[in-house]
Ligand binder design. Structure first.
Ligand SMILES: CC(C)(COP(=O)(O)OP(=O)(O)OC[C@H]1O[C@@H](n2cnc3c(N)ncnc32)[C@H](O)[C@@H]1OP(=O)(O)O)[C@@H](O)C(=O)NCCC(=O)NCCS
Length: 238
């Protein structure tokens, strides 16, 4: 069971590390709509990524609520652009991501949060940079030594995903209107309507034996926020 819940807590888990008997317990805490969505995946591994992510989300929310709501009792609704939230409540905020070999969930009482995890074992679709990245991001990627271009691509991709998931606007947001820079890690906005870029914070790290890139985005408040990323053993979850 996850620990303290101030700031932003991010837990990651490998679906491949879930022992066979636990899958039934994970499925049992999903609601009927989630179970139904799980059945729609053609491949078992995608069903398992989905089930693990939503079980992790429910257990983390219960921990954030100090046990006041059981994992199975959480109900969710969807925002105008598809971001899930707790029915009838603004907080705790959460966001989840699933990919080959890893799921991640971020939970916070304090701020809206977006999280993205990508598997680095797959080929980086660098040809998508021109249509998905800002001009300055494409230029940065071009400048990278060829061997580092794939990881550079995933760095930008996960940050952009985490940001559009934190705002909740998803792909309705123009991906070229905001651009990331590194050292220090920050975002700039081409469109002033996007607000104050300096208010945004990001965390990025390799997880799971360096096979996955994780990025988290949140809007800073007046006080610094503690951000903790941990990998959880599935057997310790329930
Ligand atoms: C749906 C989207 C928000 C994330 O999709 P994704 O990266 O394929 O998938 P992830 O596993 O990281 O995240 C999916 C989860 O995000 C959540 N989500 C869905 N819409 C969301 C939104 N508008 N805002 C925040 N979170 C959202 C859901 O919980 C979803 O999980 P579920 O379907 O199991 O309930 C959206 O960004 C998308 O379709 N991306 C496609 C890839 C792309 O073109 N990215 C551009 C990057 S430069």
């Amino acid at each position: 069971m996850p620990g303290s819940f101030d700031g932003i807590n991010i837990l990651t888990m490998s679906p491949d590390a879930v022992p066979e008997p636990l899958w039934r317990q994970f499925a049992a805490i999903l609601d009927p709509a989630e179970r139904e969505r799980a059945t729609r995946f053609v491949f078992e591994r995608h069903r398992r990524q989905f089930t693990a992510a939503h079980a992790l989300k429910r257990v983390m929310l219960t921990a954030a609520a100090g046990g006041a709501v059981t994992p199975a009792a959480w109900r969710f609704e969807t925002g105008a652009y598809g971001k899930p939230k707790i029915s009838g409540a603004e907080a705790p905020h959460f966001n989840l991501s699933h990919c080959e070999g890893a799921v991640a969930c971020a939970v916070s009482h304090d701020t809206e949060v977006g999280v993205d995890v990508e598997c680095l074992d797959r080929r980086a679709p660098i040809e998508l940079a021109g249509s998905h990245f800002a001009t300055s991001e494409c230029a940065w990627l071009e400048q990278q030594p060829e061997a580092l271009r794939p990881i550079g691509f995933f760095r930008l991709w996960t940050l952009k995903e985490a940001y559009i998931k934190a705002t909740g606007l998803g792909l309705s947001q123009r991906l070229g209107d905001f651009a990331f820079q590194f050292e220090p890690l920050r975002v700039t906005f081409a469109d002033p309507a996007l607000g104050d870029a300096a208010a945004w914070r990001f965390e990025q790290k390799l997880i799971g034996s360096q096979r996955h890139m994780l990025a988290t985005a949140w809007r800073a408040g007046s006080t610094p926020i503690r951000v903790e990323v941990k990998t959880v053993d599935p057997e310790a979850l329930l």
